[in-house]
Design a protein around this ligand. Structure first.
Ligand SMILES: Cc1cc2nc3c(=O)[nH]c(=O)nc-3n(C[C@H](O)[C@H](O)[C@H](O)COP(=O)(O)OP(=O)(O)OC[C@H]3O[C@@H](n4cnc5c(N)ncnc54)[C@H](O)[C@@H]3O)c2cc1C
Length: 461
């Protein structure tokens, strides 16, 4: 029987996981992975220097989403899994770090007393937020922005001082653009079931997870050896990885490369960056997705001697956009993940680049570092770093804007009509690492079924 060839485009976590799952289901298939850059991993990038372990992209993942943990176990990396530490969360508002009220989830209050006593919100703001208990449902089976949803339910002050800094820190977008249905579908379900977000979130607060009973254990997991060990391990299952080759065109049965070569394959999977879908596939629904908003950001990791930074009892803070600082958030990485800094040292990671102003990301590394330090020094005591690592994502962070799910549905329907071409990745059904692995697993199953169907057809011919 002739060997079937599968071409995967893009060696981020999505492409690598999909290649792995295809090989698992169809061991005889020849899987070729094509990557435009000089390295595998995409946004997953780990730097090791002077005893520090620096994650330049994702530093962990939500433990409650199981697919990635299952994959890690399959790859015999379970003994490297560690859970994050946690502690008080802070928000920098009105020139100082203020504690996030206990019991709030993504900025939604669920406990009465911490909300009454917090100085994050004015008495009027608190009364307005409490109106959530009485007002009717806001979501009417039609997508709206996160800003509209949360402001109408809880009032604009709570949104500005608590929800917006947290969510923009996580998703790096503007709340007024971001889709409720695609970004936070759980809040749609909560409102549908309980009407009030405050009451609903109170009901569904996750019970303490197994293994998370110890005080200070957080909701995230990572690999203590570095997340690039996961991507390297996945890569070891791929038959043929070609770096520095950019795919320029895709059609059933073949892909064209920027060096003029054409490669043939029974199945082709796009696991590329968001903006590539349009040019590679060149149909309307692919362009619609590719034209959706993306943001430009950078992380600035800084290594310090322990005494030269002041850290509090949590793992970092987010910053209200109103403060006008260059950084949007700061993680005390060695607090969150003790394995990331050697004894007597601290590791800080800050984030720069906002949806409304990403000019700083285009600056030289030294300028970005000094601007980040200037912001940090407005907030707390910070000395001079031993070294720093700047990592940019230029026009590469997908934003799920209003009606994203409808655009994805239309895209997938159109793609279904093209035999042998598939897509997965952070642009479609979630940007978190577990979402990417979920998508990769599902698409690999479709590819395996397609290959089996073709094999059967060959045999019966
Ligand atoms: C700073 C940062 C922090 C994050 N933190 C977290 C976190 O803590 N937890 C979490 O779960 N998620 C986090 N994320 C999100 C998560 O890392 C990403 O959503 C995920 O890694 C995306 O993977 P992907 O494979 O879909 O895309 P990518 O990693 O973007 O990979 C796409 C690949 O396709 C290649 N490519 C593009 N075009 C072509 C072409 N024409 N030909 C060939 N190759 C091409 C690119 O070079 C790239 O390698 C973070 C992301 C960033 C940037």
């Amino acid at each position: 029987m002739t060997e079937q060839q599968v071409i995967v485009i893009g060696a981020g976590i999505s492409g690598l996981a999909a290649a792995y799952y295809v090989k698992k289901q169809q061991p005889r298939a020849n899987v070729i992975l094509l990557e435009a850059s000089e390295r595998i991993g995409g946004k997953v990038k780990t730097v090791r220097r002077d005893g520090f372990l620096i994650e330049c992209g994702p530093d962990g993942y939500m433990a409650r989403k199981p697919t990635l943990t299952e994959l890690i176990k399959e790859l015999d990396l379970e003994d490297k899994l560690v859970r994050s530490n946690t502690g008080t969360s802070y928000i920098y508002v009105r020139n100082r770090l203020r504690k996030m009220p206990k019991g709030s989830f993504m900025g939604i209050p669920t406990k009465m007393m911490p909300m009454v006593t917090t100085d994050l919100i004015s008495p009027f703001g608190k009364l307005r937020a409490a109106m959530d208990l009485f007002i009717p449902r806001v979501y009417k089976d039609k997508d709206i922005s996160l800003e509209e949803f949360f402001s109408r339910r809880l009032g604009s002050e709570l949104v500005t001082n608590m929800i917006e800094p947290l969510l923009s820190g996580i998703y790096n977008g503007k709340l007024s653009d971001m889709s409720l249905e695609a970004t936070l579908p759980q809040f749609v379900s909560v409102e549908k079931k309980y009407r009030s977000l405050i009451l609903g979130m109170k009901q569904i607060q996750p019970p303490k997870q197994a293994g998370a009973s110890k005080k200070n254990q957080g909701r995230f997991l990572t690999l203590s050896c570095g997340l690039d060990v996961l991507t390297e391990k996945l890569a070891s299952f791929v038959d043929d990885i070609r770096l520095n080759v950019s795919v320029t065109h895709v059609e059933p049965g073949k892909v064209a490369l920027d060096n003029g070569a054409v490669i043939e394959g029974e199945a082709i999977l796009l696991a590329t960056s968001p903006k590539q879908l349009g040019p590679l596939l060149d149909f309307r629904e692919a362009w619609d997705l590719a034209r959706d908003k993306r943001t430009t950001t950078a992380t600035v990791a800084m290594a310090f001697e322990k005494g030269s930074v002041e850290a509090m009892d949590g793992t970092g803070y987010v910053i209200s956009r109103k403060e006008g600082l260059d950084i949007t958030a700061c993680s005390w990485m060695d607090r969150k993940w003790p394995h990331t800094a050697p004894e007597g040292c601290s590791l800080i990671r800050t984030y720069v680049g906002k949806a409304e102003d990403d000019g700083i990301v285009q600056e030289e590394d030294d300028t970005i570092v000094s601007k980040a330090l200037a912001s940090l020094r407005k907030i707390g005591k910070v000395g001079n770093p031993l070294f720093s690592v700047v990592t940019r994502q230029i026009d590469n962070m997908p934003q799920y804007t209003v009606n994203h799910n409808q655009r994805v549905q239309a895209f997938e329907k159109a793609l279904d009509r093209i035999p042998g071409i598939y897509a997965c990745g952070a642009i479609l059904h979630g940007v978190g690492l577990p979402d990417c692995v979920d998508g990769a697993k599902k698409v690999a199953e479709q590819i395996a079924t397609y290959l089996k169907g073709k094999q059967k057809a060959m045999i019966t011919k």
